[in-house]
Ligand binder design. Structure first.
Ligand SMILES: Nc1nc2c(ncn2[C@@H]2O[C@H](COP(=O)(O)OP(=O)(O)OP(=O)(O)O)[C@@H](O)[C@H]2O)c(=O)[nH]1
Length: 602
């Protein structure tokens, strides 16, 4: 266990952080943050519209333009918004006094937000705060005037704020179905923004194992007229690191991670409970490196927070100049290959000796000029398809990115038990790992044997001709072994093997005795139904589960099964209930009261 002394200076008291919601949209965003639960910051709602303001759940509220708009909004006029805040400037200043960080949430395009945001920004800066602005841009359907008002305000904010994170409402509207109402669209946008705000706040104010500072945040967001790229994912349980990364990359603001490919700097922050391991960090960073350019400046931070329990979260923040954003979005995109195995771990003691993690003395981050490259046509990035071959057993060591981050944080030195910690839970190298397999997902043990046959080989029923290509039969392994122990199985006479066309049966491992068994696969009436296309998916799902050594399982309808040695129930000579004493129903010499399969047997 690596002991890391918590320095009081590492913690930012919650009274130093203030989240301000400005205007109608800003107040809604703030409410969302409050309702989602956010510790460690004070909340302040500011608006001209007294109705919205009084409905806010924020504890502190300031009304703007008491004399000017008299409790109403600004009617979409930014000049009115500007005058309204000037009336209340001293109140705002008092509320922001002594704050180290101010997060300002605002919807641009209307009057109050667009007019007042630059002034709040200025006042906060004058009070010595670091100001991060989260601003939404109007939906395209809101018209040109709103867009222009938003643009004007955004340009001012870009100059006045320390970091500017913009969210395009239109883009976030993609989160909801076109037929859903505007409220749902706003609510979806607010949720997304709330998540981003919380993640950024956590990232900045939570004391870290490897700290991320405000300067890092600035670096990640430093470009004027840029769009924020943001992704946050959380997961727990098996493979939580990979799942958290996948969730983060699935964020709509990252376009499945594709937008990261043009990012110049990316801030990555991991947070987990006490059980966060370097192994997980290493794998996660390895996978992430597939999504960011080699030359990108990766700012890395990690925190252990006991309140995370068994969960692990990853937050990524970056930005992309708008011109690049458009170029990227018009270029054809490949869905990035996630979860690629990149490293194997030694589980063999005879393998090479593990080397200690190279720890370089901390280097100051180089000052880089942000070079604006001209818009260029991008080739779709294709991951080369590699031959699948056994993963080489590698020395257990963190990837360069992690080593660099650790070194930069000067957290460890060579004599400390970093290597011991790192290797304390080595994972065995998988014998053969396919490109898209999870790097440390242990293969699921197949509980079934699988039998595949071309449909034509079995299907004789015209109903199914041409609808299925293949027949797949699943059978629990245990059942295959136990099958021979059921010698006496009555045949179901109405569904002979050959007449069972293409269908997919899953036989229950332990069916309830004496119940009429039914195929689990889709059936219509008593006929099995072929699900076109399902077999293609099954190919993927069950790839690797097949056991060529498994005994052949014929495609048969589900059979009734009794326990081992169960006596056959005879109907002959038995009582006939209320028909007792009546004459038997004979037809061509056959007693129709005797079940068909017993008659057939005779
Ligand atoms: N994400 C989000 N955006 C909103 C919401 N309400 C409005 N917006 C956006 O924010 C812009 C500004 O709207 P408001 O915040 O209501 O306007 P305001 O700044 O209060 O200005 P006035 O109404 O003129 O006083 C709109 O053009 C919308 O694009 C909301 O609930 N969520």
């Amino acid at each position: 266990m690596i002991e890391f002394p918590r320095d009081a200076q590492n913690t930012i008291p919650s009274s130093s952080v203030k989240i301000v919601g400005l205007g109608g949209a800003g107040t809604n965003m703030l409410d969302r943050v409050v309702l989602d639960g956010m510790d460690g910051a004070e909340m302040l709602a500011v608006n001209t519209d007294i109705r919205t303001l009084s409905g806010s759940v924020a504890r502190e509220r300031i009304q703007l333009g008491r004399n000017l708009t008299k409790g109403l909004g600004c009617g979409g006029d930014p000049e009115l918004g500007q005058q309204a805040i000037l009336e209340a400037e001293s109140e705002i200043r008092a509320a922001l006094k002594g704050r180290k960080i101010v997060f300002l949430c605002v919807g641009l395009g209307g009057g109050t937000g667009s007019g007042a945001a630059p002034i709040i920004c200025r006042v906060a800066r004058e009070e010595g705060a670091f100001v991060v602005v989260f601003a939404t841009m109007p939906f395209s359907f809101e018209g040109r005037r709103r867009r222009e008002q938003a643009d004007t305000s955004l340009n001012e904010l870009a100059v006045l704020s320390n970091a500017l994170v913009t969210f395009d409402n239109t883009r976030m509207g993609d989160l909801v179905l076109a037929k859903q109402g505007i409220h749902e669209a706003f609510a979806a946008a607010d949720r997304m923004i709330s998540e981003s705000i919380k993640a950024v706040i956590r990232l900045v104010i939570r004391p870290g194992l490897i700290n991320v500072g405000l300067d890092d945040l600035m670096t990640a967001l430093r470009t004027t007229r840029s769009r924020c790229l943001f992704g946050s994912g959380i997961a727990s349980g098996k493979d939580r690191a990979q799942k958290a990364l996948r969730n983060a990359l699935n964020s709509p603001l990252l376009d499945q991670g594709a937008l990261l490919r043009d990012a110049e700097s990316v801030l990555v922050h991991l947070c987990g409970g006490q059980d966060l391991t370097l192994y997980e960090i290493e794998l996660l960073m390895q996978s992430l490196s597939k999504h960011v350019p080699d030359k990108a400046h990766v700012l890395f931070g990690a925190a252990v927070d006991p309140s995370m329990g068994e969960s692990l979260s990853i937050t990524m923040v970056s930005s992309l100049p708008e011109d690049r954003l458009h170029a990227t979005r018009t270029a054809p995109m490949e869905r990035p290959a996630l979860l690629e195995p990149t490293v194997g771990f030694a589980d063999n003691e005879e393998e090479e000796e593990e080397e200690p993690v190279a720890v370089a003395p901390p280097q100051p981050a180089p000052q880089r000029e942000v070079v604006r490259e001209p818009v260029r046509e991008r080739e779709p990035v294709r991951e080369p398809v590699r031959e699948v071959e056994p993963a080489p057993v590698k020395k257990a060591q963190p990837p360069a990115s992690v080593a660099k981050a650790i070194a930069a944080a000067s957290l460890f030195d060579e004599t400390k038990p970093v290597v011991a910690e790192f290797n304390s839970k080595p994972k065995p190298a998988p014998a053969a790992v396919e490109e898209e397999e999870m790097p440390f997902a242990e293969p699921e043990q197949s509980a079934f044997t699988i039998d595949r046959k071309p449909a034509q080989a079995v299907a004789s029923n015209d109903d199914f001709a041409g609808k299925a290509e293949e027949i797949v039969t699943l059978k629990p392994v245990t059942e295959v072994e136990a099958e021979d122990e059921f010698p006496e199985m009555p045949e179901l006479d109405d569904a002979p093997e050959e007449e069972s066309p293409a269908f997919f049966t899953i036989e229950d491992e332990e069916p309830a005795p004496e119940e009429e068994p039914e195929p689990v696969a889709a059936t219509k009436g008593d006929k099995p139904v072929v699900l076109p296309g399902v077999f293609d998916e099954l190919d993927d799902v069950f790839a690797g589960m097949e056991d060529p050594a498994a005994p052949e399982t014929p495609v048969v309808p589900v059979k009734a099964r009794g326990g081992k040695g169960q006596a056959e129930l005879s109907f002959e000579g038995g009582p006939r209930g209320k028909f007792e004493g009546g004459s038997p129903s004979l037809f061509e010499g056959e007693d129709l009261d005797v079940p068909a399969f017993l008659r057939k047997k005779r």
